[in-house]
Ligand binder design. Structure first.
Ligand code: FES
Length: 105
């Protein structure tokens, strides 16, 4: 399934991310700038912060309390903020679109 990553300047990158991988791994494996994932996906860095496109927000499981706490530490959190390492790819998410914050380059 495909993930569309849109960077802070509007550049669009499409990546094929295997089911079971998370969107942070998908970005790092495809060398997409804008997601760092410094902690490797264990919810302790918030450098995998992304904004999920509105139409996809209710198609992914809600954030856990721990994720919400980490998002408070991200730069410029918004109501559609998520940690990309906590979004696991499924067939149903084919085409999911996330926006990348300017702070993670
Ligand atoms: Fe560190 Fe997601 S990679 S919180």
């Amino acid at each position: 399934p495909r993930v569309i990553y849109i960077d802070a300047n509007g550049g669009e990158f499409e990546a094929d991310v295997p089911v079971g991988q998370n969107l942070m791994e998908g970005a790092v494996d495809n060398m997409i700038d804008g997601i760092l994932g410094e902690c490797g996906g264990v919810m302790s860095c918030a450098t995998c912060h992304c904004y999920v496109a509105k139409e996809w927000q209710d198609k992914i499981p809600p954030a856990s309390e721990r994720e919400e706490d980490m998002l408070d530490m991200a730069v410029d959190p918004q109501e559609n903020s998520r940690l990309s390492c906590q979004i696991e790819m499924t067939e149903a998410l084919d085409g999911i679109t996330v926006h990348l914050p300017r702070s993670q380059y």
